[in-house]
Write a protein that binds this ligand. Structure first.
Ligand code: GLV
Ligand code: MN
Ligand code: MN
Length: 395
């Protein structure tokens, strides 16, 4: 039986950028393929039968899933650009080790237990967060998804080698509940002095693309009065997003920008920027996006530019199943319950079946960055907690 440290060490080098220490594990790239192969080996080594759903998602089964009312756990293996090691893989590794732990306890599940790997959870390659679970549950049209492109113009269908299968009601019907373990993306558990917590809710969140269009021209010869510079409108919009989020008690981030022609000595013709907005209520999130767009349009009028807004990935508020959450907190000796501003496949699945999440303490509180961390001792506590939960649900 592998220890947490042994299994974790196998993943550590895969897709790691030696310069930043962060991970580049985008969906359907060689690094992610290595992780998927590793998962298939791990499943095989445990005698778990693996199913694929035609949407890039993998399911490894202990017991016959056709029996129904299955208890599903797992997470994702892809990362954000230069992301941390734990966001996603911790849930997959912990799920495999929880199966080992339950077998070592001599537990014989009365319900099938599945370990899932969901594809493109971060949406780092094709822009739509939780793409694998959205396809699986029918929340996104497979033909529309097939046409999504990455930064090099490669479509999802090309990357997958096929149009995704889309909704799999046959597979969904066999699931009784889903529990995803995840590294905490904040410092609540540090402050509470607890290794493991239970999620209550996910904030509504989304990504919008802002395209600022102006006029490309010479940096040296164009009079300041004659310019139509979309970079100015973009810059003012970044400040507006920060101000509006603070004013409304929400979160807004512009963390990605693309400039054309991206030349030092030319005024740009186009600046595209991605706004990530989140709040504790949908109205607040929508108000932030509307206010940012209003202010962007006002700046565009002053700058002689144009701006448009396109929603690329919007996720509604998720309230996790209260009965399941309370049952988990009780099994885990009154584990604290906390909300999160981060998105998860559990949020997508919660629209269709009872769903819950466990969080493992992150002493840095940092996530989507190489500084993301959890101690081996806390990860082992997470494995035991997940095993306790699976034992409670599958008996
Ligand atoms: C994914 O982790 C997200 O919250 O964007
Ligand atoms: Mn993430
Ligand atoms: Mn994640």
């Amino acid at each position: 039986m592998s220890t947490f440290a042994e299994l974790w060490a196998q993943l550590a080098p895969v897709g790691r950028d030696p310069g930043t220490g962060g991970y580049l594990r985008y969906a359907y790239t060689p690094a992610e393929a290595l992780l998927r192969d590793w998962f298939l080996d791990q499943a095989r080594g445990r005698g778990l039968a693996v199913e694929q759903d035609g949407n890039g998602n993998l399911f490894a089964w202990w017991g016959d899933p056709a029996a129904g009312d299955a208890v599903l756990t797992g997470s994702h293996l892809d990362s954000v650009p230069h992301g941390g090691a734990y966001d996603g893989p911790l849930g997959v590794v912990s799920a495999l080790l929880a199966v080992d732990e339950l077998r070592a306890r001599g537990f014989a599940p009365a319900r099938p237990i599945g370990v899932a790997v969901f594809a493109e959870e971060e949406g780092s390659r094709f822009g739509l967060a939780c793409l694998g679970s959205r396809l699986f549950t029918g929340a996104v049209d497979p033909n529309a998804a097939a046409a999504l492109t990455d930064r090099d113009g490669v479509t999802l269908a090309q990357a997958m080698g096929a149009v995704p299968a889309g909704a799999r009601p046959d597979l969904l019907a066999r699931l009784g509940c889903y529990v995803e373990l995840h590294v905490e993306q904040g410092r609540a558990l540090v402050d509470l002095d607890r290794a493991v917590g239970v999620a209550t809710a996910i904030w509504p969140h989304g990504r919008w693309r802002l395209d600022f269009r102006g006029e490309a021209n010479h940096a040296g010869t164009t009079l300041m009065a004659d310019r139509r510079d979309p970079m100015l409108t973009f810059a003012a919009t970044v400040l507006a997003a920060d101000a509006e989020a603070r004013r409304l008690g929400a979160h807004a981030t512009i963390g990605r920008v693309q400039v054309a022609p991206n030349a030092t000595n030319a005024i740009p013709s186009l600046v595209s920027a991605w706004l990530d907005a989140r709040a504790d209520a949908p109205d607040t999130m929508e108000a932030v996006v509307a206010a940012v767009y209003d202010r962007a349009q006002a700046h565009a009028r002053e700058d002689g530019t144009k701006v448009s807004l396109t929603a690329e990935s919007v996720s509604p508020e998720t309230e996790f199943h209260v009965g399941l959450r309370d049952r988990l907190a009780k099994v885990l000796d009154g584990a604290p319950v906390l909300p999160t501003g981060a998105g998860h496949d559990a949020g997508v699945l919660s629209a269709l079946l009872p769903t819950a999440m466990l969080f493992v303490r992150n002493p840095t509180g940092v996530s989507h960055s190489p500084a993301e961390h959890a101690s081996d001792a806390d990860c082992e506590a997470g494995v035991r907690a997940l095993a306790d939960v699976l034992q409670e649900l599958a008996c």
